[in-house]
Write a protein that binds this ligand. Structure first.
Ligand code: AMP
Length: 435
């Protein structure tokens, strides 16, 4: 056996239903807020992320699956979606085709990280981006939508955290204030942080090393160094969030591990997730489109970890029970049984059937294992009379139904009441009868 690569995982039947449900909720919520879906390649030029995500980030420095392809080009599996979304926005001049460029994407990302619960080397993200709008009303709407998504997935005790990291005008002063505040204590920081202090002091807030934490906690707050424009943007964002009824906390440590953020940054944390508790994170990135060779357009977005959303969702998203399991008794019944299965499937019902010539007992055992709602039995007797014996596995009731009526009945009509089974069978037994 050749096992899967460390940090990757299969999503198997039994679990996939939760993924499908999460993806359905994602598409529904994105649609309600006016987002259109796009899909970009998982492989891109390495420089897209060096320029986009940022040379000094951990992602670019340590975590990319980058290599030279057979044509000699430096390429990488994408570690995140935003630079690809920006590239697609520019490359296809999307603003000429969409009234407001609101786009979302679902797909796998790749980072060479240390795998643990909730952290993988191949993981999946929902990525949501808006281009060309600098109004703070959008910052609030994007955060409110992220909170609505988490709520629609049934995830409770989630916490919305926001901050502002300022802009190119005010951030340099904040960086200098960080270095000044560090003073002598810089020598007590870990090696990574000492390097960060020299090249990009803001990145010190990303540090997870325990001995750095008291030092990082005592550092100045970005929100105390905002220029007037960034200050009023932050106030407008938080003011509208309050008006929209979104509960949030302001955290000065929330600078996010990517270089492109300007002004608003935010995360939603899931209470029950343990160490890797960030369900999603994002923010505004007003200079990024131009940095990647596009027009000077504002941008804002977030990425949600699908593994973590699925992990945090409540139970109860199991597979839907099949509508029917068809039991064929004897050679003559086999072909009619397959025709019946075909007809049920054409009526959008789930119909399973056994293969090979197995005993009734063996077939019923398999039917039980599938948790089918109905077992349809076709034997010589049924064939002679043009009937099917329908066993309702919930009530235990059994009735004979004409071959031509069985599809319609299972598709939602009432089964005809037979004298022996009036009450139990007098109920809809279609796909959505909720039992
Ligand atoms: P980021 O792109 O780093 O801002 O991450 C956005 C979201 O993606 C996080 O809040 C996580 O939910 C998820 N995420 C990031 N890295 C991983 C990973 N290695 N494994 C699983 N989920 C991840």
């Amino acid at each position: 056996m050749i096992p899967a690569i460390r940090g990757t995982h299969d999503i198997l039947p039994g679990e996939i239903e939760r993924w499908q449900q999460a993806e359905q909720v994602v598409r529904d919520i994105c649609g309600r807020y006016g987002y259109r879906e796009i899909r970009t390649p998982v492989i891109e030029r390495e420089e897209l992320f060096a320029k986009g995500t940022g040379e000094t980030t951990d992602i670019v420095q340590k975590e990319m699956y980058a290599f030279q392809d057979k044509g000699g080009e430096r390429v990488t599996l994408r570690p995140e979606a935003t630079p690809s979304m920006v590239r697609a926005f520019v490359e296809h001049a999307l603003e000429q085709h969409l009234p407001t460029v609101k786009i979302f994407s679902l797909g796998p990302m790749f980072r060479y990280e240390r795998p643990q619960k909730g952290r993988y080397r191949q993981f999946h993200q929902l990525d949501v981006e808006v281009f060309g709008v600098s109004d703070a009303a959008l910052d609030a709407e994007v955060i409110e939508m992220a909170a609505a998504l988490v709520e629609a997935l049934g995830i409770e005790d989630a916490e919305v955290v926001v901050n502002s990291v300022g802009c190119a005008e005010c951030r340099p002063a904040f960086g200098r204030a960080l270095v000044t505040a560090l003073g002598d204590r810089e020598a007590d920081l870990c090696g990574d942080c000492r390097r960060r202090a020299a090249v990009n002091p803001l990145r010190i807030f990303d540090c997870k090393v325990p001995s750095c934490q008291p030092i990082v906690d005592a550092l100045p707050h970005a929100t105390d160094y905002l220029c007037d424009a960034c200050r009023s943007h932050f106030d407008a964002t938080t003011g509208l969030l309050e008006a929209l009824g979104v509960a949030f906390r302001v955290s000065h440590r929330l600078v996010r591990g990517l270089d492109y953020y300007t002004r608003t940054t935010f995360e939603i944390l899931g209470g029950r997730l343990g160490a890797q508790n960030a369900l999603l994170g994002g923010g505004r990135y007003d200079g990024l489109v131009r940095r990647l060779g596009g027009p000077d357009r504002a941008g804002i977005g977030f990425a949600a970890g699908m593994e973590r959303l699925v992990l945090a969702m409540p139970d109860g998203s199991g597979p839907r029970a099949p509508d029917a399991f068809i039991v064929a008794l004897g050679d003559a019944a086999r072909q009619p049984a397959h025709l019946l299965a075909r007809d049920l499937r054409r009526a959008a019902l789930t119909a399973l059937i056994d293969y090979g010539d197995r005993s009734m007992k063996a077939q019923l055992r398999r039917a039980n294992r599938t948790s089918a709602r109905h077992v349809l039995i076709l034997g010589d007797d049924e064939l002679a009379q043009g009937h099917v014996t329908v066993k309702d596995m919930t009530s235990g009731g059994e009735t004979r139904v004409g071959r031509d009526d069985v599809v319609r009945n299972l598709a939602g009509d009432l089964l005809p009441a037979s004298p022996e089974q009036p009450a139990r069978m007098r109920r809809p037994i279609g796909r959505d009868d909720g039992d």
